[in-house]
Design a protein. Sequence first.
Lengths: 173, 173, 173, 173
Amino acid sequence: MNAALEFFANEGYDATSTSKIAKHAEVSEGLIFRHFGNKKGLLDAIYMQAEDRVKQLFGPILFCTDPLEVITRILDLPASLEEDQYDFWKLQFKLKWEVEYNNPDKMKPVLHKLSWAFSELGYEFPEREAKLLNTLLEALFLGILREGLLSQVDNIDYLKIKYKIKEIPVKAD
Amino acid sequence: MNAALEFFANEGYDATSTSKIAKHAEVSEGLIFRHFGNKKGLLDAIYMQAEDRVKQLFGPILFCTDPLEVITRILDLPASLEEDQYDFWKLQFKLKWEVEYNNPDKMKPVLHKLSWAFSELGYEFPEREAKLLNTLLEALFLGILREGLLSQVDNIDYLKIKYKIKEIPVKAD
Amino acid sequence: MNAALEFFANEGYDATSTSKIAKHAEVSEGLIFRHFGNKKGLLDAIYMQAEDRVKQLFGPILFCTDPLEVITRILDLPASLEEDQYDFWKLQFKLKWEVEYNNPDKMKPVLHKLSWAFSELGYEFPEREAKLLNTLLEALFLGILREGLLSQVDNIDYLKIKYKIKEIPVKAD
Amino acid sequence: MNAALEFFANEGYDATSTSKIAKHAEVSEGLIFRHFGNKKGLLDAIYMQAEDRVKQLFGPILFCTDPLEVITRILDLPASLEEDQYDFWKLQFKLKWEVEYNNPDKMKPVLHKLSWAFSELGYEFPEREAKLLNTLLEALFLGILREGLLSQVDNIDYLKIKYKIKEIPVKAD
DNA sequence: TATGAATGAGTATTCATTCAT
DNA sequence: GATGAATGAATACTCATTCAT
């Protein structure tokens, strides 16, 4: 699965042959089919980890009781991704184009929590603000996965200022 | 090229065989190779249109002299995409994962214009605001291409309010 | 390899498709590539047998201690070729045009032995005689492979007379 | 035809595509088919020159009245081949494997003349000697075409000595 | 006379998958 | 549980050939 993930994420599912995966994983090609039934089964097995990983990533945030902390931690998430997980998330984002693998509901609890947070903070349109931030969050993830963490620190920083998490620096721009 | 675009965008470059393209386009498979050299040549030919289309899309905005209009029109862009162009942009976004096809510079003039607009409007951090909006813009495009226009009208609307393009409705949420 | 040999020898390497070979050998086309890597690998595998076969053919002669016997046996070689080996040698001769497959050194030990034999027999230019006979030998092989044994019995017979292996018949021509 | 000859001789008929020939000859591919009907027609057109060239090569010898001169000139033929004709003769020799292009009768007049010459010179078996020399001649040609003139000067020289055309050098071997 | 766009059959090779061991 | 030999369908690409211009 690790070998497959690496290739699926970087070269694409269709561009990756089962033989390449088997060779890289140093197992026989037949074993892949014994375990996962077929190539798609292997992809699915990888994809299935998503729910867990999303929970792992966002779960703690759902228990925050301080609204500002919720937003802070949400904004800190993209930068907190460890590089050895990049491939996994890359693949998730690539798969999102296929309806079968695009499940917007996965983010519902987060969306809900954000809504609550903005509501607590007295925002006029907490749900809208939540949705917007959620949309933005995806863009931040994408940016980091594609072009590296550095490409998004500006945005994250600025968002923290906007959400009044961070003091406006005395001199900037 | 149209047949290829349709398949490349929806099923992926690697998952699309030249024979499928040829059949759909009602030409012989050999013709593809006569015209484009190889399969990648066909992809490149499609990709090359991107520069033109980006200019067509964003070009007029660069000539706006009213900063608020700049932002308005930028925000109106995603919704203005005609559906028959969805495939083209889908493909562009999918290709962004490959370094070869990811050219962030393409948006530089737009970024610059936004910077100017926010500066004119007296924003404290016009460049940061520009970059953020640009990032957001990509997310809006992505959302529309993946889940349809409806999925993003909320966001766009709310952004217009935030940027004070639209009056705050008397009753909302 | 047998199927391939038959086709390569008679119709030529380039004129023989791997599918034809596979069909004739009653195996799947894929198997050829699993075993030999690619079409050329198959050719090489066949070609590689040459060294062995040359040894098998000429080896015993190298151990002769009677110089006249050396020459006799050399002259008897072309006629001793079994017909089921014709294809193999045909292919070898065809391949000789490609530098990669033309290795004149293969005959060096034979040349050396002939040299020795002619020297023993008191020839004035044993090395030259050896080289000439070697050249002739190739022509005899070629003639037999192309036009059959009968086309060369005259030559072989006459050579035996010239080399005083055979008595001059009382009446001839 | 020149372009085709070059490729047919060096890379083989089947390995040479009509498109390659056309490109090299700087004509359109269609033209080849207009002129020669099909690829084989092109080969045939080249092959047809053989008769002429054989006549050109051997013709003068047929008129010799001095038997020793006949043999001398025959032996000088292989070395007299101009390098720009190598490709032509290479192709002829390669084609000899196909029955269709193997016409041993072409050499009959030469064979006959040699027979006469050896008879004049008092050889016991003039026809056999003629056939043998003819066979050898082919080997000399082949050797030169494959490995260059130098590879055969020894043989030719030695043959001249054997046929008493050349004096035995005082010191040799 | 010559071109070059177009084709359909064919090419070597790769692929996901099976299955006996 | 794991292997690897074997397969048949598919793949990107090339070929000889045609034909309208």
